[in-house]
Design a protein around this ligand. Sequence first.
Ligand code: CAA
Length: 662
Amino acid sequence: MSNEIQQASILTRTDVNGVAVLTIDNPPVNALSQALRNALVHHIREVGNDKCVEAVIITGTSGRFIAGADIKEFKGPILDPSLPDVLKAIEQLDKPVIAAVEGVALGGGAELALACHYRCATGDAKFGFPEVKLGIIPGAGGIPRLLRLVGPKITLDLVAGGRPIDCETAFAFGLVDKIIEQADKIGAAIEYALECVGKPLRRTSLLSVATFDADAFNVQCVAWRSRARGQASVIAAVDAVADSWDRGFAEADARCRLEFTRLRTSDQANALRHLFFAERQAQHVPGLDSVQAANIASVAVVGAGTMGRGIAVACLIAGYCTLLIDVDEEALRRAALAIGVAVEKTIKDKAGKSDKASQILSRLSTAQTLQDANNSDLIVEAVFEDIDVKSSVLTQIAMAAPPQATICTNTSYLDIDQLAGAVSSPERFIGLHFFAPAEIMRLVEVIRAKTSGEQAVATGLRFARSLSKIPVLAGVCDGFIVNRILAAYRREMEYLLEEGALPREIDAALERFGMAMGPFAVADLSGLDIAWARRKRLAPMRDPQERYVKIADQLCEMGRLGRKTGAGWYSYVDGTRQLDPLVEELVVNSSREKGITRQPISEAEIVDRAIGSMISEARKILAEGIALRASDIDLAITNGLGFPAWRGGPLYYADRMAENQG
Ligand code: CAA
């Protein structure tokens, strides 16, 4: 017997055999807006008073449970009812409340699921506490409830790391009580709810924290703190877990709420929210929202070097049939082995298991001729960074590919307008600039050449998104957004070398500012040769009056190309970075040759000049229309250059600095 009580609303109640099914329908992601919180309180009260209701299910529509708080509401004051009040009402209900989770249960959504007495979930469910990424910590009982359900070790990883876990892992951890079939989610959840009727209600807040290895936990706390790199929310998350496990629920809950409230309006939270919305906005390109992207089922990657392999791994993991093409049979063999290892590792890191690797790798095929790309929907050229080599390969790809295929180049610096000249029907040609390691780095610059058609650009954006990447549209210029800013930043750092600083001082200063790595350590990691090739290419155009620092060229001429050759700006013994007196000698010589008197340079000046160089290049890029919006540049630089996300990106940071000074 089914009784439809309320329809076409943010929350619908349907009663079936004494079970009230509350279905959330709050597009686009079922966020816990004030309206939804109100509706939940109203319905919880109603079902509590309804003698015909024996159990309650809370679930979501459109393949989602709840993606957390409505982030748009974070700017203003929190309006009643607060989420903790809603969750209290749910947990205190005197009949079983079951969360039936399909898709994402994130942040406040996961906290709501924990406040239910039982949880069932479909195989695609994902549970996560991404609050730290927004500069906050879970503040609606999530931490003390998690501690009681899964113990301090798992709580700490979930809350400080912010990465979601899949349904199987959640089940293994005890977050999910029953896995149900997706096809019959409601039917199975009702069956489970009826099983729960008559059982003692399991209120998570009343459970106790199981015993655990306190020493190992302390080591884990130290490790998380050291990874925070200035991000206050990560430190706050570690402190909250460490201070909560031995407190009563109410006390721990109040402490976490206080910390959440303090962080919510902090500068770091504002900056991280700016990037959250920047990431969503970057997908919307004026004039393209109504353009139909091409359907992509199969991808070919041309070139089995480091970039080609990484791109192939990303495509395979995203579910694409992937053809790797290289003329060199041995290179293909080595690439296939490396791809196997990378897929295993990526899957393990992502989902905590490696059993799907063989299935993923079954989508990989290899070929030695470009003609084999004749069935591919999208082809990414990732061959040697040389305009003639790339032009010749692109001409052949265009001849072999189906006429409707999208053709992409993965060049880091070359002139894509010039490369377009090598492609017949160049409206299907764009740049897709991946960053190394391509299977891990999330940024992809989608480069629109003068001749690129709207559909090709829309396809590039959607394709990159389908790889779980962050696409940012850029126009053609030397280095696009990220490498152009990187070149300006490096140039300024090399001036600092000549004026008195040493690589280790510059790296240390910028790492303390929050950069993932200092510029010289990064150069060693990514290899000095690509930037060297670029400098050689640009040498004929360089103004002879322009200040030019030769130290990087000298290192390259000595074969010191970075970590891969065991030496660059530093030397490496068994992979460990060491200072090298030879580099200091080159630096001091360079100052002497130019007649520059070396002076001590303060950390503040290093940071000011380094970040200032990024900001001024970013402004030029914006003024020239290479980037559509300031927020696109912020997104690209935080994800492509390791600029601290909690500072919001260079242009956001510059605005805040100006506000503070003004
Ligand atoms: N609040 C408000 N809007 C949100 C939102 C949220 N929590 N999550 C997503 N949106 C919006 C996006 O801005 C986007 O809007 P536009 O279409 O206008 O650009 C739209 O929903 C779709 O989002 P995506 O493009 O990201 O869609 P997707 O399908 O690729 O991903 C998702 C969906 C996995 C849910 C992803 O959006 C996501 O991760 N969202 C954030 C989840 C999150 O961080 N939750 C925790 C919030 S903090 C919290 O919950 C603590 C608390 O209770 C106080």
